[in-house]
Design a protein around this ligand. Structure first.
Ligand SMILES: [Zn+2]
Ligand SMILES: [Zn+2]
Ligand SMILES: [Zn+2]
Length: 293
């Protein structure tokens, strides 16, 4: 082989195993079809719509944020793409869409060995003190590892994960989002937060400091579901774009709405409201999207 060809081969092989951020799911905890939903939003379930999750993967490790009810499909997808089963799991909080997929690691299923599960202190205590989760720990299927706010953790492959506390209905655990730092870029992931105004940090000043921002897009607007929406507070997408329109177009392009409720009309790409949000520079996360980190 000629030297240039060898050089290019080495370069492209290296490029092929570079770390990538991958969108594994985009829906709110209950997914779609959603139990007892007879509306059009769940009448024709789409392919490749799973509960919200992101991963950072390369040829040695897949770091997956949250273990969703679609965890099997999502981790099988990672294995096919990256050729291994090496997982590190980071949990955001103890709502069912974000940790219940851990059941698949247990003796009745994959029976894994010491898969590291990183979580905040209350979340770890919840796993330690409640079945069936504590059995996963007793049988060494998972190995809980405690993390702290603003204390970055560096994984074996160099990816840095930093939890960031957010206000949310914290019945069983605190709730965090994550900064995900790769070789050259940083992503922010906040799938659940009550309202931007309830936070002691300013999302407007954070977005310019990151390269990608995957943020809570649960509901499009008030009145979307037939229940008091104050019971399940989230920043409506309509509110978020009001707030974030003050960003430059370059910064608006970094914003991807994720964690969409089954009822959210912006799931439909032909919905006029979605088209105008996209025309303003904002985007929507989709399964299989890949980003360099
Ligand atoms: Zn959620
Ligand atoms: Zn529905
Ligand atoms: Zn939640």
């Amino acid at each position: 082989m000629k030297p240039l060809f060898i050089l290019l081969t080495v370069f492209f092989n290296h490029a092929a195993i570079a770390q990538e951020l991958i969108v594994l799911g985009t829906l709110q905890d209950g997914g779609s079809p959603h139990m007892n939903c007879e509306r059009t939003c769940c009448a024709h379930p789409k392919e490749n719509e799973f509960v919200a999750s992101l991963a950072v993967a390369d040829s040695s490790l897949s770091i997956i944020i949250d273990a969703t009810p679609d965890f099997v499909i999502q981790t099988n997808y990672l294995r096919k793409q990256f050729g291994h089963n090496n997982l590190a799991i980071f949990l955001t909080h103890a709502h069912v869409g974000h940790y219940s997929g851990l059941i698949h690691l247990g003796r009745e299923a994959a029976n894994t060995q010491k898969v590291p599960v990183y979580a905040m202190r209350r979340m770890i205590n919840f796993l330690l003190n409640n079945g069936p989760w504590n059995q996963l720990i007793e049988l060494d299927n998972i190995e809980p590892r405690s993390i702290q706010e603003s204390l970055p953790i560096t994984l074996g492959n160099g990816v840095i994960m930093e939890p960031i506390l957010v206000p949310h209905r914290d019945e069983y655990s605190e709730t965090v989002g994550y900064y995900i730092k790769g070789q050259s870029k940083t992503a922010l992931y906040i799938p659940d937060i009550d309202k931007w105004s309830a936070w002691d940090q300013n999302i407007l000043s954070i977005i310019p400091t990151v390269d990608y921002a995957f943020i809570d897009g649960t509901f499009y607007e008030g009145g979307e579901v037939p229940r008091p929406m104050s019971e399940v507070p989230h920043p409506f997408i309509s509110e978020s774009i009001q707030l974030l329109q003050h960003l430059t177009i370059e910064d608006r392009n970094k914003v991807y709405f994720i964690h969409l409720n089954h009822s959210n009309p912006t799931r439909n790409k032909t919905f006029e409201g979605r088209k105008s949000i996209e025309a303003s520079g904002f985007r929507f996360a989709e399964f299989g999207q890949r980003f360099t980190l």
